[in-house]
Design a binder for this molecule. Structure first.
Ligand SMILES: Cc1ncc(COP(=O)(O)O)c(C=O)c1O
Length: 374
């Protein structure tokens, strides 16, 4: 049956029925997806360019593992969780004792905020950045110091050094940042982490790590091996397309891991673990997604250049551009065309965050944008 469809059709999912029916039998599938491009969006089925999701869906290997997991999902997931942890340990060359597994990375951000509050400290973050830890800290009544990004719109480490006060016990750095997809230069970040971890816990959120293709970027996992005060978080919600399945990975000294999870977490589930074990080892599918992400970004950049719109070169699966009009207005107009774009991010109220979807969909979005605002 596969001979009846071309590889391109398969990749773009234009043969949805065939693709779906092949889903469960395609054990050797890798750079393949069952999700078709949505170029006729409707109110019920809009193009989702607002949440930085992966609109291709999971790797077929992960899908099969998730489906097969139903047979054993009446049992606790500890064994599968340990297996996933061992998979990550091998991939990242780190002792499993330094790894915590959770139901998405939000779990770690919220726990870090709780410990910061319990220990009676304040939190320092960039402004703007991913808002979950801030909202959670506010709910707990924590004092939060927000340090604006620099003129180049990237995280300003020197300003953070200056803003530091003795009561700060948690510093949150999102790298790449969100909503502005910049990175922190690796040597400057390493230096900052070594210096400031003497005074506070540094949490580096690497949610978009798998998309980065920039020689100035480095993960801070290496530091975790020697430093007791650094936490690195990752998520399966982005390139692995597990946003609704919920898997997150966190790296930290075993003392921090123990404090966060006790002996081990029970927030994960069996299907998620089996799917993640398959997904993290499907390198071909990840390469395919990175390639598609680049294509989609280029489609946006071409239009930004054509319309003379300033934009940030992305290190993630979303772009940030200056629409020159309120992002709220852009979102409202795009919504009429059943396209969901990013919300307003203060203080950049005239900038729009647009999540990458499939290239076919990005072309459609750009067409609509040109028509409305070009
Ligand atoms: C920077 C960042 N960190 C964490 C998250 C939350 O991810 P998860 O689904 O792993 O809880 C997101 C989600 O968009 C994000 O952008």
């Amino acid at each position: 049956m596969t001979n009846d469809i071309t590889r391109r059709q398969w990749l773009t999912g234009t043969t949805t029925t065939v693709a779906t029916s092949l889903l469960l039998s395609a054990t050797s599938a890798s750079a393949q997806t069952f999700m078709s491009a949505n170029v006729t969006p409707s109110a019920q089925n809009p193009i989702r360019a607002h949440f930085n999701e992966n609109t291709y869906g999971q790797s077929l290997k992960a899908r099969k593992a998730i489906d097969d997991a139903a047979d054993r999902s009446h049992l606790y997931a500890f064994g599968a969780m340990f297996e996933f942890r061992a998979t990550i340990a091998k991939l990242e060359n780190i002792n499993p004792k330094y790894i915590g597994i959770g139901a998405g990375s939000t779990e770690f951000l919220e726990k870090a905020a709780v410990f910061s509050r319990i220990d009676g400290g304040s939190m320092m973050v960039t402004y703007p950045t991913y808002g979950d830890i801030i909202r959670f800290g506010e709910t707990l009544g924590s004092k939060i110091i927000q340090v604006p990004v620099g003129e180049d719109m990237s995280i300003n480490l020197d300003a953070m050094r200056e803003a530091y006060t003795d009561d700060v016990n948690l510093i949150y750095l999102c790298n790449p940042n969100n909503p502005i997809p910049t990175i922190i230069e690796k040597n400057a970040l390493r230096e900052f982490c070594l210096e400031m971890s003497e005074k506070a816990t540094i949490l580096i959120d690497e949610a978009y790590y798998e998309y980065v293709d920039n020689e100035n970027f480095a993960s801070m996992i290496e530091l975790v091996k020697e430093n007791k005060n650094i936490i690195v978080t990752r998520t399966a919600s982005k390139i692995h397309a597990f946003a609704g399945v919920r898997v997150g990975v966190c790296f930290a000294h075993p003392d921090i891991i123990k404090r966060m999870f006790g002996m081990f977490t029970n927030s994960t589930n069996y299907a998620a673990m089996r799917g993640a074990i398959a997904s993290y080892q499907d390198f071909e599918y990840q390469d395919f997604l990175r390639q598609k992400n680049k294509e989609s970004l280029q489609i946006c950049y071409d239009m930004f250049e054509e319309l003379n719109l300033p934009y940030i070169k992305s290190n993630a699966n979303f772009t940030f551009f200056k629409a020159g009009r309120p992002s709220k207005e852009v979102a409202a107009v795009m919504k009429k065309h059943h396209i969901l774009s990013g919300r307003e991010f203060k203080p950049f109220t005239n900038w729009v965050r647009l999540s990458m979807t499939k290239p076919e969909e990005m072309r459609y979005i750009m067409q609509v944008y040109r028509k409305e605002f070009g």
